[in-house]
Design a binder for this molecule. Structure first.
Ligand SMILES: Nc1nc2c(ncn2[C@@H]2O[C@H](COP(=O)(O)OP(=O)(O)OP(=O)(O)O)[C@@H](O)[C@H]2O)c(=O)[nH]1
Length: 426
């Protein structure tokens, strides 16, 4: 029987640099975690210059979309731990390689395949190859999830995008049907319009990842309860570094809400970095991925860690009128005094701090928008953040209740993922 993917292991995985690897999963290549459990595997495939490396670099390494122009061609397959919390492993196969067998990879232990197709090129030949690969993959693993990214749709009109997608869908369905009608009707195929120049790629990857999280329904239910109790219009659990959301409540999601929440998370991360004091940066603790990532991934570096050394630790407050998603009033600093949860870290930090307990705070911040609504962010742990849109005046009138509910929510999320509560609540 195929082992179930596991998530949220207490032992976080450091994001590997794209080391060239080719071959089936082994303990050595990291597709098995420290406890011997298999990590979910996502294959990223597609024709040459489709945009695979750009997606990886923009979303998981913080590269500016314009810089993708200078990415070198992928010659060898590479594998990356793309999501520290979920310990997910993504394989980027060189362009043109639609058949992973040539690379000694098998579909048996693959959970999802993302096919990245260039919407601006002719797809005629690709569709045929794609259907053959899908057929093979499905035969090897009927539970496999196919995600088709019609990529580079920026610059195309809405109508043209939808037409291109419809064409692709029709032709691929025909090809699959010709091969086997039964197979075609049983396959799980999902389509997404994506571009690295807007949030569509984050949303598409969020949807892919959510399907790989068995705890999804539980998280959604928890978020529903939180929204209901705290008068929140929308709430997300984000993977802080990548801005991918792993869960949201069941209320309908409009793109603008996601954009505002993701931008806010970005802004908070940038603020947190401003307040980082190198002298107080803690050495990487075992299993503390966010610490070990400092200095390697720009957008994920020490975002949460920095909170420990923000002015809030000494009780000072900073306010700024920096615009984030049109905030009309002041923004609290990422670790607003008294708002963060203190985390006691018994660690040797060298020099004068050796042997002392260093108090870290999990950051929390909020901004009142022009509409009177509040956008707020709470860190759940080093890798996850809760971001929510609160109805006007709720935050002012019920802040204690909201803090209490969020603390309870946080405990529940950590318990679901089996990470354990690493910081005192409330
Ligand atoms: N317009 C537009 N161009 C993109 C987008 N994503 C990637 N590109 C461009 O597409 C080109 C190829 O991107 P890569 O990421 O190297 O493509 P790849 O699939 O990794 O290619 P191989 O290395 O050959 O496998 C680059 O010039 C990128 O700038 C997008 O969303 N929109």
């Amino acid at each position: 029987m195929q082992p179930q993917p596991t998530y949220g292991t207490a032992q976080m995985v450091s994001p590997a640099q794209g080391s060239p690897v080719a071959g089936p999963s082994t303990q050595q290549d990291g597709t098995v975690d420290g406890k011997g459990r298999r990590l979910p595997r996502v294959l990223l495939m597609g024709p040459r210059s489709g945009g695979k490396s750009s997606i990886r670099k923009v979303v998981f390494e913080g590269m500016a979309p314009n810089d993708t122009l200078f990415i070198e061609k992928t010659n060898k397959s590479s594998s990356d731990d793309i999501n520290s919390f979920l310990s997910m492993r993504m394989w980027d196969l060189p362009g043109g390689q639609l058949d992973p067998e040539q690379l000694n990879l098998s579909f048996e232990d693959t959970d999802a395949v993302i096919f990245v197709l260039d919407a601006q090129s002719t797809l005629h030949d690709v569709i045929r190859k794609l259907s053959v690969t899908m057929h093979k993959a499905y035969t090897a693993n009927p539970g496999i999830q196919f995600e088709i990214f019609l990529h580079k749709v920026d610059g195309m009109s809405e109508d043209y995008r939808l037409d291109t997608l419809q064409n692709l869908r029709d032709r691929l369905t025909e090809e699959l049907f010709d091969m086997s009608p039964e197979l075609e009707s049983n396959m799980n195929v999902f389509y997404h319009l994506t571009s690295v120049f807007d949030t569509s790629i984050y949303e598409a990857l969020s949807k892919v990842i959510q399907k790989l999280i068995p705890e999804q329904a539980m998280l959604e239910r928890l978020l529903d309860l939180l929204c209901q109790q705290c008068s929140m219009d929308k709430a997300f659990i984000f993977e802080t570094a990548s801005k991918i959301y792993i869960a949201t409540d069941s209320a309908p999601l409009d793109n603008q809400t996601y954009v505002i929440c993701a931008d806010y998370l970005d802004l908070v991360g940038d603020f947190a970095q401003l307040y980082e004091t190198p002298a107080l940066s803690l050495p990487p603790a075992q299993g503390d991925t966010s610490l070990s990532r400092a200095g390697t991934l720009s957008r994920s570096t020490g975002r949460d860690v920095s909170s420990s050394s923000t002015p809030s630790a000494t009780g000072s407050r900073r306010e700024s009128s920096t615009a984030a998603s049109k905030p009309s009033s002041a923004i609290s600093s990422p670790a607003k005094a008294g708002a963060g949860r203190p985390v006691s870290v018994a660690s040797s930090v060298g020099g004068g701090l050796e042997g002392k307990r260093v108090t870290r705070r999990l950051p929390h911040s909020k901004v009142r928008l022009g509409t009177g609504a509040t956008i707020a962010q709470w860190s759940i742990n080093e890798n996850l953040s809760l971001v929510a849109l609160l109805r006007p005046h709720t935050q002012d009138q019920h802040s204690a209740m909201i803090d209490y509910n969020v603390a309870t929510f946080r405990q529940a999320v950590l318990a679901i993922f089996g990470v354990g509560v690493s910081a005192p609540i409330g």
